[in-house]
Write a protein that binds this ligand. Structure first.
Ligand code: FAD
Length: 504
């Protein structure tokens, strides 16, 4: 049977996921006459965290015609060049996972391989020295990419930090301008039918029906789980943290253009600098630390004045067995969750939307609807799995002394990660499959930053004599240093945006 194109789309939930979906569908399907309705309840708060992102969000914003300056101004946002991991391999050590790409091929041989070989014999500096993003993050500098030949300035990789509440409000304005209709009310009952979901019923007695339903109702997963009973794949054996405590503090210093992830006795703390405040949180395992202890550890570490009371968030790590079931697609927390160590949740919403827009029935497709659904579920599950493996590596590769960390170091790891580590051990090789989210720079930063075992070097390096490679590495480092001098302080970049927006 040829799948029918949806004429009416209902989005359940007005958090980050719901409003991202609303802007996307409003912009891309509204012009074709598709009705888009978003239902949210003023009585049920959004999760209120989720403030650090990764570079693909810029592609998403570009696709939706979102102006970067207006967005940063509206959300109190700041730029982000990477994440500094503090105390992960052992207390006192730190490394940066920078965005972008580190170095360039050295005479046809990948930078990573040449740097590793030279570093092993003491002839290369620490990895971060070759990354413009890492050095700028530490120095508190930022510039958008500028056309400058082959310079690293022309390919700066960056993302944002923003205030989650303000982001949803900003997206709401954009969505409503594109014809999305917002309905306020609490859903009391979900009506199912042959296609899956038939309608949602609000407490005020109204009924909202549609052809396609997006479940963006957060951890409640009202439709995909509550109504359709879709199962849950539990990953707590790989990622056992199951709580977070979050609190905002005043922004007393200029925001650094990076997120900080600080390892602690049974988890880690985040610090996300915005223009008007700093977001702080502590992700931990409740088997190893009580909520009171975790809160005390967080409050002992924050800088600035706390704004409001610390808030505990309980979560489970894993994903829905089928994120698309019948005529219902779950996005955001309703689809699954992994801790925010690499800021990947909002990305997964974006990625889900992009896949969905490519796979939605058009009425002209000759394949059965089930083939589209299966493809979506396969692709999204694979994305979750790859991100999971990257996160698990942060916990596995540690030499910290506490019980939580000793357990993580010896716990079994997923096969895909075990393969990656084995390949790296045998000559420092990193193999990226075509559409993997994390590139060679990401894996190299993580594996060397957390002292993953490595024996020897990649034989491909022998194509270039060591002294030639060392000379080339020195040139790369020198170009990065010179480029850094062209980058203004991050705070200046933000003030210029504020000044420009206030003149509008
Ligand atoms: P929510 O924000 O929970 O929104 C749910 C919506 O559903 C609300 O509007 C609510 O009113 C509505 N709703 C629920 N029930 C009903 C009902 N019965 N009737 C009507 N409406 C209803 N992601 C990142 O990318 N980067 C980060 O740094 C990051 N940090 C995080 C830290 C923590 C501790 C957690 C838990 C998550 C973090 N995330 C992060 C994830 C990120 O916050 C979420 O992916 C994102 O906010 C999407 O949430 P959501 O819209 O799915 O759910």
């Amino acid at each position: 049977m040829t799948p029918q194109a949806p004429q009416s789309i209902v989005i359940v939930g007005g958090g980050t996921a719901g409003w991202m979906a609303a802007v996307a569908f409003g912009r891309l399907m509204g012009p074709a006459g598709v009705r888009v309705t978003l239902v949210e309840s003023d009585a049920i708060a959004t999760i209120g965290v989720g403030e650090a992102t990764i570079p693909p969000i810029r592609t998403f914003h570009a696709m939706l015609g979102i102006d970067e300056n207006a967005f940063l101004q509206a959300t109190g946002g700041s730029y982000k060049l990477g994440i500094r991991f503090e105390g992960w391999s052992c207390p006192g050590e730190s490394y940066i996972h920078p965005f972008g790409q580190i170095g360039t091929d050295v005479v046809g041989v990948p930078f990573a391989a040449q740097w590793l070989r030279a570093h092993q014999v003491g002839m290369a500096d620490p990895l971060a020295q070759y990354s413009l993003e890492a050095r700028a993050a530490e120095a508190g500098r930022f510039s958008r990419p500028i056309a400058n030949g082959d310079s690293p300035l022309s390919r700066i990789g960056y993302a944002y930090h923003f205030d989650a509440g303000r982001y949803a409000a900003f997206l709401r304005t954009q969505a409503e301008q594109r014809g999305v209709v917002r309905r306020e009310g609490t859903i009391e009952r979900v009506e199912t039918g042959p296609a899956g979901i038939a309608a949602v019923h609000l407490a005020n007695g109204s009924r909202i029906d549609g052809d396609l339903f997006l479940d963006c109702s957060g951890f409640r997963a009202l439709l995909i789980s509550g109504a359709l009973g879709t199962g849950w794949v539990d990953w707590s054996e790989w990622l056992p943290c199951d709580r977070a405590v979050a609190v905002a503090t005043s922004a007393d210093a200029a925001p650094l253009p990076m997120t900080r992830a600080i390892a602690g006795p049974a988890g880690w703390r985040w610090r996300i600098p915005l223009q008007h405040r700093t977001g702080n949180g502590h992700v931990f395992s409740s088997r190893h630390l009580s909520e009171d202890e975790a809160t005390a550890q967080l409050l002992a570490d924050v800088e600035g004045k706390t704004l409001g009371d610390p808030r505990i968030i309980r979560f489970a790590t894993g994903h829905r067995e089928r994120m698309w079931s019948g005529n219902c697609i779950a996005l955001g927390l309703a689809a699954g969750f992994m801790e925010p160590l690499e800021s990947t949740s909002i990305h997964l919403v974006q990625s889900g939307l992009q896949h969905l827009l490519r796979l939605l029935p058009t009425g002209k497709m000759s394949m059965p609807a089930s083939a589209l659904v299966d493809r979506y579920n396969r692709v999204m599950t694979a994305e979750f799995v790859r991100i999971r493996d990257f996160l698990v590596a942060h916990y596995h590769l540690n030499a910290r002394p506490e019980r939580f960390w000793r357990e993580r170091a010896i716990a079994p790891i997923p096969d895909g990660l075990a393969d990656k580590l084995a390949l790296f051990r045998a000559g420092g090789r990193i193999f990226r499959e075509a559409d993997e989210l994390f590139n060679e720079t990401s894996w190299l930063s993580l594996l060397t930053g957390q002292n993953a075992p490595v024996e020897g070097y990649d034989p491909i390096c022998d194509a270039v004599p060591l002294h030639v490679a060392v000379r080339r590495l020195a040139q790369i480092e020198q170009v990065v240093g010179a480029s850094l001098n062209h980058m203004p302080p991050h705070a200046d970049a933000l003030s210029r945006i504020a000044a420009r927006e206030s003149r509008r």
